[in-house]
Ligand binder design. Structure first.
Ligand SMILES: [Zn+2]
Length: 446
């Protein structure tokens, strides 16, 4: 499918979009889909698309369409279907109204003081195709002279990309501050800070991690949103990451190191997490483990910082009142219960450490978790079954039983076999769970 998209930013608070497709759509076929709103993330994020303004036409004239809203927690997807067969090129036109920048997660296209930045899913369509040939054009001629724009994949031009590329990438327009080097870019709109040193640190993490994950020379962009917030956190999209910091309170480089590393790992290690919660242990566990591990290996995390990080992960996991809930139940509590939301991070982290030890023992140290992680990168849409099958292939006979115990919520004690040279001692102590005050065991790292 060839898709032409023209995005004209008419001001910082709105855009007009024209899309045209060269594919014939049969009656009841899906022309495009939009994320209508996200549910279950605090107060809902509503689409910036002005649905009243949507027009569809082809050679015959206006195409009558019907909307079908499908719940895909935490989102509602609005599918748009043609109610007659189409004839010739299909064009879609609509306007968008952006709103003030929201808190995390960054799934909105949000207005700040000097522009607007955020997620494509808030205002652009997705096409139900594996690949599309996208010809994209940006028009900022209505904006003041010193304005520019950013898109995860670059600027105006032609791209062979996934059908949902527009809705799974980030956009920014306005008076943008930027640090770019090759395909790496770092952007912010707030003119009261200079983030160039933070950008240089993020670029080093990205380029070092790219070597481990065997990345080709594809773009990666980080966007910083400035708005009132009590915690600095962010959201990863395809080949990009956006985070929020409070005005005049940009975190230090040191504070952002592990956060950026975690988000950058997400860029490569995905597992299809549907229904939600089934593979979160891997998504978040791998991101937590490899952010720490690769920073330690490349000398960006000292032994003291490593110990501090292990101890905070330990307390977060073992003192969690939801630590024993099974994976599927944790998925249902995502964003509704902050404690439940964080369990898969610690569960994945300590399970993966334990599996790393098992792999080393089963293969006489010839293989490690690194080998499995890299193997999964070569598999299209890996899932829990792919993970188990790789473990069984290298001779981990009880991999499945151990995995089932992890999924059901069994507490996993820490073992450390991958932090070479750190020489860390683990001791067991008593503590209490948050919220319930129930007695529990916590492990300390020294
Ligand atoms: Zn994450």
């Amino acid at each position: 499918m060839n898709v032409d998209v023209k995005i004209r930013y008419v001001s910082f608070d709105g855009a007009s979009v024209v899309v045209s497709l060269d594919e014939k759509i049969m009656k009841n076929g899906e022309i495009a889909s939009f994320v209508l709103k996200m549910t279950g993330i605090g107060d809902d994020i509503i689409s910036a698309v002005d649905f009243e303004s949507l027009e569809f036409c082809d050679n015959v004239g206006a195409i009558p369409v019907c909307f079908e809203d499908i719940s895909r927690p935490p989102r509602v997807i609005r599918k748009i279907r043609a109610t007659r067969d189409t004839d010739g090129r299909i064009s879609i036109r609509y306007g968008c109204k952006f709103k003030p920048a929201r808190r995390n997660p960054i799934l909105d296209m949000g207005i700040e003081r000097n522009g607007t930045m955020g997620a494509g899913e808030n205002f652009l369509p997705s096409f139900n195709r594996e690949k599309i040939n996208l010809n994209i054009g940006f028009d900022i001629s209505d904006l003041p002279e010193n304005c520019s724009y950013v898109w995860t994949y670059g600027g105006s031009g032609s791209f062979e990309v996934k059908g949902d590329v527009l809705s799974s990438s980030y956009f920014c327009v306005g008076k943008i501050n930027r640090c770019e080097n090759g395909n790496f870019g770092y952007y912010w709109l707030d003119d009261t800070v200079d983030l160039s040193e933070t950008a240089a640190m993020a670029e080093k993490i990205f380029s070092d991690f790219s070597v481990f994950f065997g990345d080709t020379d594809e773009p990666y962009r980080i966007l910083a949103r400035c708005r009132e917030t009590s915690v600095c956190g962010g959201t990863a999209a395809d080949r990009s990451y956006a985070y929020i910091y409070a005005p005049e309170m940009h975190p230090s480089k040191e504070d952002l190191k592990l956060l950026f590393a975690h988000e950058i790992v997400h860029n490569w290690t995905t597992m299809s997490d549907i229904p939600y919660g089934i593979c979160t242990w891997y998504q978040e566990g791998i991101a937590d483990l490899y952010s720490t591990l690769l920073l330690y290996r490349n000398g960006m995390l000292t032994r003291d910082e490593l110990i501090f990080d292990l101890n905070s992960k330990s307390r977060q996991y073992y003192e969690n009142p939801c630590v024993s809930l099974p994976n599927d139940q944790l998925g249902k509590l995502l964003f509704k219960d902050l404690e439940a939301t964080t369990v898969p991070y610690g569960r994945g982290f300590f399970y993966l450490l334990s599996v790393d030890r098992d792999i080393r023992m089963a293969t006489d140290g010839k293989k490690t978790l690194d080998d499995i992680v890299k193997k999964l990168l070569s598999i299209n849409k890996p899932d829990n079954e792919a993970w188990l099958s790789e473990l069984e292939k290298i001779g981990l006979a009880d991999a499945r039983a151990k995995f089932d115990r992890m999924c059901s919520g069994e507490i996993i004690a820490p073992v450390l076999s991958c932090f070479d040279g750190a020489d860390i001692e683990i001791t067991q102590t008593h503590s209490v769970r948050r919220r319930t005050g129930e007695e529990c065991t916590v492990w300390e790292f020294k």
